[in-house]
Structure formats: structure tokens, C-alpha cells
Design a protein around this ligand. Structure first.
Ligand SMILES: Nc1nc2c(ncn2[C@@H]2O[C@H](COP(=O)(O)OP(=O)(O)OP(=O)(O)O)[C@@H](O)[C@H]2O)c(=O)[nH]1
Ligand SMILES: [Mg+2]
Length: 281
């Protein structure tokens, strides 16, 4: 398997600008993907954010396994860090996010009041890996489309302040990865959830990885979907999927290459229901 790497110039530049902008914000809203709460935690951001108050938002909870999301929210809630899971496309998240930010900032706001300072909007920097839903969250809070959104990584390329109302001002940032993935499972998880663009990854590697995880965590859903038998030989399972889905070559043989993409796309389109690829340790 070829190692996956993707750290284009705009990400490095964004990282520098984010470091500078950190001085200007009260807190950080770190968005992670509810399907991969571990792999979507950027170690660079961890170092950058350091001890700023932090709200971890698990996005795309509608695409994740509800039981696992509950466990992850409990696990990630710590001193100085709150955690909430959201579906930015369907839920009314404005109140939830603003209330959580206020709670995290309560002490600082009280100190400012005691000093006789006028109340002002909370300033938060929204950070996270590419395609995780940063701009979508900002639009959902604004209740209008002020930030550009698309289902591919690398849409937002510059930092931009969004002054939403008297309560909150959000700094939208480009999705940032890190220069080297020490753990290729992390890279494959990111690719499966579309944080890394398909052009730099091998579809066969993602498909094999996803099949292994489905067998480990959701074997019944997998077998039911395709009327499959579990086999030790994963390639044989893809042959079976290809045959059952009639993904055949011109000579009538099973076309595994098409089966890889088909399987990954079915997962991405939620054909198996909500899936979470990682368990709380
Ligand atoms: N199902 C679901 N999809 C979501 C959610 N939040 C965002 N998305 C989708 O995820 C895709 C990426 O959203 P963006 O808001 O552009 O992501 P971003 O983090 O700003 O991405 P970059 O700017 O590329 O770093 C879009 O197709 C959104 O519709 C969510 O809570 N649930
Ligand atoms: Mg964006």
C-alpha cells in the first residue's frame, strides 16, 4: 500500500495565519467528524490551540452510529473542553452552539463585567480538517448562506471573519491536515470520510480498510445489504459483491475495481445507516 500524504501549500499558509489569529479570539470551536472522532483530531491544531477554551463539535452525527456518538461525547468532555454532537443540515443548531460557547466563556465574561467592561460578542475561531462542515456550521448559525460550501475537501482557502450578531463572531478557516500521517489507518479513515481528496488515494486501499471495519463492527448490516457470507479472504468478498451487483467486465468476470468504488460510495451515501469507525479506547 502506498503511503497517503496531502499537505498542499494553502494548508501550511492557513496554519500560520491561524496561529497569528489565535491572539484575537476568546475560544476555539474545533469541529471533528462524528464518524471518526479520533482520526479527525488534528495534532497540529492541538498544539496550536494549547489551553484556549475549546468546544469540540462532532459534526455529521446523522451519518454516525448514535450509540457511539454518545460514548464519544462523554469521553471528550473534560475540564476547559465541552463537546456536543450536531447535524448542521437538519437541526436548529444556533442556540445550542451559542449557549455552549457562553457556558465555556462564563468565567471570562463575569470577570469582564466585574471590571465594568461592556459585554461584547464572543469571538471564536472555527477549525478542523477539510470537508468536516466548518462553513456549513457557520451558515447554520447565520441562518443564511454566507460561507461557500461543497462536498469536497479544500473549499475554504482563506481565513474570514463572520460577524453573525451581537452574541457571536466566528472566524472561518480552511480545512487543515498535517504533513505526515504516522498511522495509515488514520489516513484511510480521513479518505473514507472525504477529508482527503480521492485523487491522492488508492480506492482499493480504502475499500479493503472499510470492509475490514464493517466486518469488525457491523457484520450483520454488511451481510444483509449484499446477501454476503463473511470470508477470511477480503478480495473474495469483493468478487462476491461484484457478482451480486452485476459489476462485470466485458468478458463476464467480476470487476473488483468497480466493486471497490461501489462499496465506498455506498458507505458515503449512508446506504448502511449511521456508521462510526472508531471506538472509545
Ligand atoms: N450529513 C451531514 N452533512 C454535513 C453536515 N455538516 C456539513 N455537511 C456536508 O459536508 C460537506 C462539507 O461541508 P463544508 O461546510 O464545506 O466543510 P468545510 O469544513 O468548510 O470544508 P473546507 O472548507 O473544504 O475545509 C458539505 O457537503 C456539507 O453539506 C452534517 O452535520 N451532516
Ligand atoms: Mg469551508
Amino acid at each position: 500500500m502506498a503511503d497517503i500524504q496531502w499537505f498542499p501549500g494553502h494548508m501550511n499558509k492557513a496554519r500560520r495565519l491561524m496561529e497569528e489569529s489565535l491572539k484575537l479570539v476568546d475560544m476555539v470551536i474545533e469541529i471533528r467528524d462524528a464518524r471518526i472522532p479520533y482520526a479527525s483530531a488534528n495534532p497540529l491544531l492541538d498544539r496550536l490551540i494549547n489551553n484556549k477554551p475549546r468546544l469540540i463539535v462532532l459534526s455529521k452525527k446523522d451519518q454516525a452510529d448514535p450509540e457511539q456518538t454518545k460514548a464519544w461525547v462523554a469521553y471528550l468532555t473534560k475540564e476547559n473542553t465541552s463537546c456536543v454532537a450536531i447535524d448542521s443540515l437538519h437541526d436548529n443548531i444556533k442556540k445550542v452552539i451559542i449557549d455552549d460557547c457562553r457556558k465555556i466563556m462564563a468565567q471570562k465574561i463575569a470577570r469582564m463585567k466585574a471590571k465594568g467592561m461592556k459585554p461584547r460578542a464572543i469571538r471564536a475561531m472555527v477549525v478542523g480538517i477539510p470537508n468536516v462542515g466548518k462553513s456549513t456550521l457557520i451558515n447554520a448559525i447565520a441562518k443564511k448562506k454566507i460561507a461557500k460550501v461543497a462536498n469536497k475537501p479544500g473549499v475554504t482557502q482563506a481565513l474570514q471573519w463572520m460577524r453573525l450578531d451581537k452574541d457571536i463572531e466566528l472566524l472561518d478557516t480552511p480545512g487543515v491536515l498535517w504533513p505526515k500521517f504516522d498511522d495509515q489507518e488514520v489516513a484511510l479513515s480521513l479518505a473514507l470520510c472525504k477529508a482527503i481528496k480521492d485523487e491522492v488515494v488508492n480506492m482499493e486501499d480504502i475499500a479493503i480498510f472499510a470492509l475490514r471495519k464493517m466486518i469488525a463492527y457491523y457484520p450483520d448490516r454488511l451481510c444483509q445489504q449484499y446477501d454476503l457470507d463473511l470470508k477470511d479472504d477480503l478480495y473474495a468478498m469483493f468478487v462476491q459483491i461484484a457478482q451480486k451487483q452485476k459489476l462485470l467486465k466485458a468478458n463476464g468476470e467480476a470487476d473488483e475495481e468497480r466493486a471497490y468504488r461501489f462499496f465506498v460510495e455506498q458507505i458515503r451515501q449512508d446506504k448502511f445507516g449511521g456508521l462510526t469507525w472508531e471506538r472509545v479506547a
